[in-house]
Design a protein around this ligand. Structure first.
Ligand code: ZN
Length: 203
C-alpha cells in the first residue's frame, strides 16, 4: 500500500521552514500546519513582509548596517560625529552599541573576522573599504569593537598593524568585569584584562 504523505505544497513549506535557524523537522511541520489551519496565521501577510525585507533592505555601502535608502539612518544623520569610526564584526552588533547612547560616531562593519580554520582571511572582510574610508573621511579615531576571543584578538591585531602608518588613532574597547559580577566569579583572563585596562578615578 502506498504510504500517504502531506501534499507537495505542504512538504515544500515544511522543508523551507526547516532551514530556519533553531527550527527542527517537527517544529517546521507544526508551523506549516499552523499556517494552513489557524485563523490567526495570516500566511499572505507573512509572505508579504518577507518579500518586503528581501526587496527593500540592503547593506549600507558606507558602513554595512541595514539600509532602505542609499545610506543607512546612521550614516545619513548629520548630527553624528564624523571623527569616530567604530569597527564591528556584524551589522547586528551596531544596535546594542547604539542603545547604550554613549557613542555618537559612525560604524564600519567587517562582515566577520579573520578565522583561518573557517578559511576566512582579511580579503574576505570589508577591510579595503575601511582603509578607503579612513583616507577619504579622515577620522581622528578608529575604535576596534571586536570580540575578545582568539579570532577577535587576531582580527584586532591585524587591523592595528595595518593601520599603523595611517594618520589615525586606533583604540580598542576596554575589557573588564561584567556589570553586577563579583571578582570571585571572574575568570583569570577577564581579571587580567580588567587589571591592565583599569581607568583612573582620581589623579
Ligand atoms: Zn551606514
Amino acid at each position: 500500500m502506498k504510504r500517504v504523505a502531506y501534499p507537495p505544497a505542504i512538504q515544500a513549506l515544511t522543508a523551507e521552514l526547516k532551514r530556519l535557524p533553531g527550527i527542527g523537522p517537527r517544529s517546521a511541520e507544526r508551523i506549516a500546519l499552523w499556517m494552513l489551519q489557524s485563523r490567526d496565521a495570516r500566511p499572505l501577510e507573512i509572505a508579504r513582509v518577507i518579500r518586503d525585507v528581501h526587496e527593500t533592505i540592503h547593506a549600507c555601502p558606507r558602513c554595512g548596517f541595514f539600509a532602505t535608502e542609499a545610506l543607512c539612518e546612521i550614516c545619513a544623520d548629520p548630527a553624528r560625529d564624523l571623527a569616530l569610526i567604530c569597527v564591528v564584526e556584524q551589522p547586528t552588533e551596531i544596535l546594542p552599541l547604539e542603545r547604550t547612547g554613549v557613542f555618537r560616531g559612525l560604524y564600519h562593519t567587517l562582515g566577520g573576522r579573520i578565522a583561518p580554520l573557517d578559511h576566512i582571511g582579511p580579503e574576505d572582510l570589508r577591510i579595503d573599504t575601511l582603509i578607503e574610508r579612513i583616507k577619504a573621511e579622515a577620522p581622528a579615531e578608529i575604535i576596534l569593537a571586536l570580540g575578545s576571543d582568539v579570532e577577535g584578538e587576531a582580527t584586532a591585531n591585524y587591523l592595528a598593524q595595518l593601520l599603523r602608518d595611517l594618520p589615525v588613532q586606533v583604540t580598542r574597547l576596554a575589557q573588564g568585569l561584567p556589570a553586577g559580577g563579583g571578582l570571585e566569579h571572574a575568570d583569570e583572563l577577564t581579571l587580567t584584562r580588567a587589571m591592565s585596562g583599569r581607568t583612573a578615578v582620581k589623579s
